[in-house]
Write a protein that binds this ligand. Structure first.
Ligand code: PEP
Ligand code: MG
Length: 838
């Protein structure tokens, strides 16, 4: 028989039964049984000897595994995850062993008292391992180290049941990490719910912060606010519980096409949003979709839809609501059938999922049962969820409120017998609205719209995504000044400069018209000459190459004018799968890329996974700071068998002279030497005599600083300005708040590029750029002036880059670059380029 496990109080304070915690997730023991403590001290201690399983990123909660497989959640305060770590200091890390009484988290009690919803801190046995709590302390003062609960029988039953099948009704659980780059937002939530609906099982998803949602409810899932890299617990009971868990875990861990490794090139950094200087007639917003447009403002008038509060009998109201929802469902299905694929298709599918959300329907049903009308009930149900989602700290989730409001309106239009026809817009209109619902935008033919401006929204809201997919320039978040723009006013919408020029005078209008005409011409001319070899104005070759992230892109890149590939992100082959690709599979894939480029040179980058691009089969522990973690070459050197197989596959695929190899995230000479040794070993194993060029990516400040050392042994450099900017500026490249500021044109970054080019030139090596800066027209003359020999960019940018390069004089580029290095900011560098005619 297993010994009792005595759990000591981890806090000084007042002990309270869990059932009295004002949060149903704890009070109803959804996460497990336990006791809560209202703290009077400021340090959370270990209640027993244990291993730290997780320390939440917001540092307000830890999970522990004690003897016999017992798991505990120690959660400081209520809804404290929203504090984002403010006021908490983690004193331990995941994986650490602790003894009873060891300090785990220090917290600022005063700050918590002021900012958290409650201080009471649940201490929950989330995995009793077959045991149960037989004694607990409650309703009295406790001191750290005093007994709080006694768990009896833990471990023994687990051992016994290990061989026996689980009873059908038992709840199975699985802990997974969510790889979705935007968290569990509308589309993935809808897919999870769709998947869950296919199983005869009760399935729930709980966060480590103690929130739980039915996996069948996309809205409840969204309201959890799960973000990328959050650990969540899937639990299921019922006949198909095990299969449901397998399917859901696989679906979520697949990334659903949203994992951070997405091979699409990040767009070149847009210039930082200018400060909202009050120039008369100019409004400042945020670019939702790029481009320039001139047109007449056309207001999208929104009439308020009034619904009666009281219903005319629950049965009648329920039937009306069901019929209205069915009509909207049919309309969405018809739009899908009519070819709403791509982004539109995804949004329509998400709307369908929301429309069928069981919790939304249940809430509306509750309102109807209380005597409300169908319209009132539907609006109230949507409103409750919209408030919950709109209040989430994650801005992307909050932007999904527009989808809910869209559905609210569509169902109300049907219920009230209103005319839901699409708004009439004159051709060439620039639509102006407080907000526009995705369905309203989809209902307008793109050919009629020149542009779109809204007071609200954000760069990741569905209207922005839709506008970009429809090729319509869009400005969002224009704020309270927009309503003053009256119907019929001429406006210039410059999404690239994030401004709306209202009622411009004749010269401004003419200038914008010229700019538009020039753009159209430039586009057409660039495409016509894209296949010519890229040269500067004096004839010096300046090859333009493509960045590739999939086999199919190789042939398209060649068609777009690529003179080869300066970066193949080979990680596309390694992610979203259960096992690493075999050497043969890799070789076939690499060969397909060299074939697609028909003899043009190709630089394959060794896999850059780890950190925020995890591969499940490598079983990497969660990292608190993945950008500074085990990624790139650091990971390859920890998995030599993986690197060796990739090197052999590359050598086998490599037609002599066509292929080079480079290593990502190098920060020391020793790493380059280790990769070179592995490459030599692979050559020996295959009996290949001819050496394959081996280069390094310069994307850490360290690599740029020791570029002279690296140049002595590397065959070439490729500068990764995306990461270099991130690390030099200490700004997360994935943080939407900082996105406009992580600009490779910051003089600090440019100076390191200059150092790198000088070191390369001193040894007769080439330095190329393969980060997003390479495709940025404002950066191209400066990079060339700094000594960059080749540029590798997304295929879509190639034609215009080649056309620009043809006009550039190398000595003018050098003068411009020298001036750029002396500027005070990236904005000043961009202004300098513009003044120079760029
Ligand atoms: C870079 O960091 O600039 C780069 C090209 O690599 P990635 O964007 O794949 O990290
Ligand atoms: Mg990089």
């Amino acid at each position: 028989m297993a010994a009792d496990l005595v759990l000591l109080s981890p806090l000084d304070g007042w002990s309270t039964p869990l059932s009295e915690v004002p949060d149903p997730v704890f009070a109803e023991a959804m996460l497990g049984d336990g006791v809560a403590v209202d703290p009077t001290g400021d340090v959370l201690h270990a209640p027993c000897d244990a291993e730290v399983l997780t320390v939440h990123a917001a540092r307000h909660a830890v999970t522990l595994r004690a003897a016999g497989g017992v798991e505990l959640l120690l959660h400081l305060g209520l809804e404290t995850v929203a504090l984002g770590g403010d006021g908490f200091e983690a004193l331990v890390a995941a994986g650490q062993s602790v003894r009873a009484g060891d300090p785990l988290i220090r917290f600022d009690l005063d700050r918590l008292a002021r900012r958290a919803r409650g201080l009471v801190s649940p201490i929950v046995v989330t995995e009793p391992a077959g045991g149960r709590i037989v004694e607990r302390t409650a309703d009295r003062l406790v001191a750290v180290g005093e007994p709080l609960m006694v768990l009896r029988g833990a471990g023994a039953i687990v051992a016994a049941s290990a061989t026996a099948p689980a009873p059908a009704a038992a709840e199975l659980t699985r802990t997974i990490v969510v790889p979705l780059s935007h968290g569990l937002h509308a589309r993935p939530a809808a897919r999870v719910a769709g998947c869950a609906a296919g199983f005869e099982a009760e399935i729930a998803l709980s966060t480590r912060a103690g929130r739980r949602a039915s996996a069948r409810s996309p809205i409840a899932l969204m309201a959890l606010g799960v973000r990328q890299d959050d650990e969540v617990v899937l639990s299921a009971s019922g006949p198909a519980a095990a299969a449901a868990l397998d399917a859901l875990a696989e679906l979520i861990q697949s990334g659903m096409g949203e994992a951070p490794h997405a091979s699409a090139e990040p767009p070149p950094p847009s210039p930082p949003t200018p400060p909202a200087v009050a120039i008369p007639g100019r409004l400042h917003g945020v670019s939702g979709a790029p481009g320039l447009a001139i047109g007449r403002a056309t207001r999208l008038a929104e009439r308020d839809l009034e619904v009666p509060v009281d219903g005319q009998g629950a049965a009648q109201e329920a039937a009306s609501l069901a019929a209205a929802r069915q009509q909207v469902r049919d309309a969405i299905a018809a739009a899908q059938a009519a070819g709403g694929g791509g982004v539109q298709g995804d949004i329509l599918a998400a709307h369908l999922g929301l429309l069928d959300d069981p919790e939304l329907a249940a809430e509306a049903g509750r309102q109807i049962a209380e005597g409300r009308s169908a319209g009132f009930a539907w609006r109230a149900a949507i409103g409750g969820f919209a408030d919950a989602i709109g209040g989430l700290a994650d801005r992307r989730m909050a932007e999904r409120v527009a989808d809910l409001r869209d559905l609210e309106r569509r169902v109300l239009v049907v219920l009230l017998g209103e005319d839901g026809a699409s708004p009439e817009v004159p051709p060439g209109a620039i639509l102006v609205a407080d907000d526009i619902l995705p369905s309203q935008l989809m209902a307008i033919a793109p050919s009629r719209l020149a542009g779109l401006c809204v007071s609200g929204g954000g760069p990741t809201s569905h209207v922005s995504i839709l506008a970009a997919a429809m090729g319509i320039p869009a400005l969002v978040a224009l704020g309270p000044g927009l309503p003053a723009v009256t119907d019929g006013t001429t406006v210039i919408l410059d999404a690239d400069a994030a401004t709306l020029h209202v009622a411009p005078d004749a010269p401004a209008l003419e200038a914008a018209q010229r700019k538009l005409a020039e753009r159209a011409q430039r586009h057409a001319a660039a495409r016509a000459t894209a296949q010519a070899a890229s040269r500067l104005a004096d004839g010096t070759p300046l090859p333009v190459l493509a960045n590739l992230g999939a086999v199919a892109e190789a042939a398209c890149a060649a068609e777009a004018g690529a003179e080869g590939s300066g970066l193949v992100r080979t990680e596309f082959l390694f992610l979203e799968r259960e096992q690493a690709p075999s050497e043969d599979e890799q070789a076939a894939c690499y060969r397909a890329i060299t074939d697609g480029l028909a003899g043009r040179p190709v630089v394959f980058r060794l896999l850059d996974i780890g950190g925020d691009k995890p591969a499940s089969y490598l079983r990497q522990p969660l990292e608190e700071n993945p950008a500074l973690g085990v990624r790139g070459v650091r990971l390859a050197l920890r998995h030599p068998e993986l690197m060796a197989a990739q090197l052999r596959a590359l050598l086998r695929a490599a037609p002599t002279g066509q292929v080079s190899i480079m290593a990502p995230m190098i920060s020391r000479l020793a790493e380059l030497r280790a990769v070179r040794a592995a490459l030599d070993e692979a050559r020996r194993a295959l009996g290949i005599e001819a050496p394959t060029p081996l280069g390094v990516m310069i994307e850490t400040p360290a690599a740029a600083v020791i570029a002279d050392q690296l140049a002595a042994e590397a065959d070439f450099f490729s500068i990764g300005t995306n990461d270099l900017a991130q690390y030099v500026l200490a700004m997360d490249r994935g943080n939407p708040e900082l996105a406009a500021e992580v600009d490779g044109l910051e003089p600090a970054v440019l100076r390191l590029i200059a150092t790198t080019c000088q070191a390369a030139a001193a040894r007769g090596r080439d330095a190329s750029v393969c980060g997003a800066l390479a495709g940025d027209p404002a950066a191209i003359p400066i990079l060339i002036g700094l000594g960059v020999a080749k540029l590798s960019m997304p295929p879509a940018a190639i034609a215009e880059a080649k056309a620009l390069i043809r006009t550039l004089d190398p000595s003018a580029c050098r003068a411009l670059a020298a001036q750029a290095l002396e500027q005070p900011s990236a904005a000043a560098v961009r202004a300098l380029v513009q003044a120079a005619g760029g």
